[in-house]
Design a binder for this molecule. Structure first.
Ligand SMILES: C[S@@+](CC[C@H](N)C(=O)[O-])C[C@H]1O[C@@H](n2cnc3c(N)ncnc32)[C@H](O)[C@@H]1O
Length: 286
């Protein structure tokens, strides 16, 4: 596992980070950051909020479900969206940053389909970054806070991925290279509707995609393409427990049970998301 410091800047003073020795990275102002034994850097400013990100149970639920292929149509569509994008697919050694990487499921799929790509795996949860690095050991792993100024240099990201993660429009616009692409996945109101009906999951507000487009526009990021992915996922009770346990509602649900239907019954659960591709306004208008 190695750190490619060409991605990185100091979370305290924003100056470029470089390797000081094998284990320590630092900036010219004298701020120093030790590489964890699992290979990642923690780049949080002292002012970063106390958010913790996903815990091990949520990550384990997510890994179990994703590795079983439940969301593979979403990852296939992501690969297609990036592969079909003339600008992104023309860049040699594409630099892909997974901002809220979780278990690394989507960046792992991208790394397999674009073997020359260089990857940055970023999340607030150290367990998430560690888990992602296990499947993509050649990537650079960083624990960071997406609500704060990012410890990522200006314009170094060719493709930024943000799948069901927190969004920071101003910072996403800053780190995206000229001609770069930001790919955002958001749930549609029908997503997991069968599990929401009995109150196990928080509702998805209508018009989320439109809201994201409005959030990014003032920062010079325009929508270039969008795709809806919707399908029925056959689920047994353990799968439904994983679907509830892997999301933010796991913290809100008092008990994680199966749906209100017969406990042992297999039912179809709707998977429904929008994949939104953004680029700098100047790049998209030519
Ligand atoms: C719903 S999960 C999505 C993970 C992954 N993209 C996926 O779809 O499998 C949201 C992720 O955002 C991370 N996260 C939450 N708050 C964050 C923050 N303030 N900064 C960075 N990551 C954060 C969580 O740790 C979690 O891994």
């Amino acid at each position: 596992m190695s750190i490619d410091s060409a991605w990185l800047r100091c979370p305290n003073c924003s100056r470029d980070l470089a390797a000081i020795d094998e284990r320590v990275y630092g900036c010219p102002s004298g701020h120093r950051f030790d590489r964890a034994k699992h290979g990642y850097l923690t780049l949080l400013s002292p002012r970063a909020p106390r958010t913790v990100g996903d815990d091990r149970e949520m990550l384990a639920a997510r890994a179990s479900l994703l590795d079983g292929g439940a969301y593979s149509p979403i990852s296939d569509a992501l690969i297609e969206a990036i592969g079909n994008d003339a600008t992104a697919s023309n860049v040699a050694s594409l630099r892909i940053a997974d901002l809220a990487c979780g278990t690394g499921y989507y960046s792992g799929a991208l790394a397999r389909s674009i073997p020359d790509a260089r990857l940055l795996l970023a999340d607030r949860s150290p367990d998430a970054v560690r888990m992602s690095l296990r499947s993509i050991p050649e990537a650079t792993g960083v624990v960071l806070d997406l609500w704060s100024p990012l410890p990522i240099r200006d314009g170094v990201v060719d493709v930024a991925l943000n799948v069901f993660g927190p969004r920071n429009p101003a910072e996403f616009a800053r780190v995206l290279a000229p001609g770069g692409r930001l790919v955002v996945v958001v749930p549609r109101p029908g997503h997991l509707a069968e599990l929401r009906r009995d109150g196990q999951l928080l509702d998805v507000p209508a018009g989320k995609a439109e809201q994201v487009v409005k959030q990014f526009a003032p920062h010079g990021l325009d929508l270039i393409a969008s795709t809806t992915i919707e399908y029925a996922l056959r689920t047994d009770p353990p799968m439904r427990r994983l679907l509830v346990g892997m999301g933010p509602s796991a913290r809100h649900a008092t008990t994680v049970t199966t749906t209100g239907t017969e406990p042992e019954q297999s039912i179809d659960v709707t998977i429904s998301v929008d994949i939104l591709v953004f680029g700098h306004a100047t790049a998209s208008t030519g």
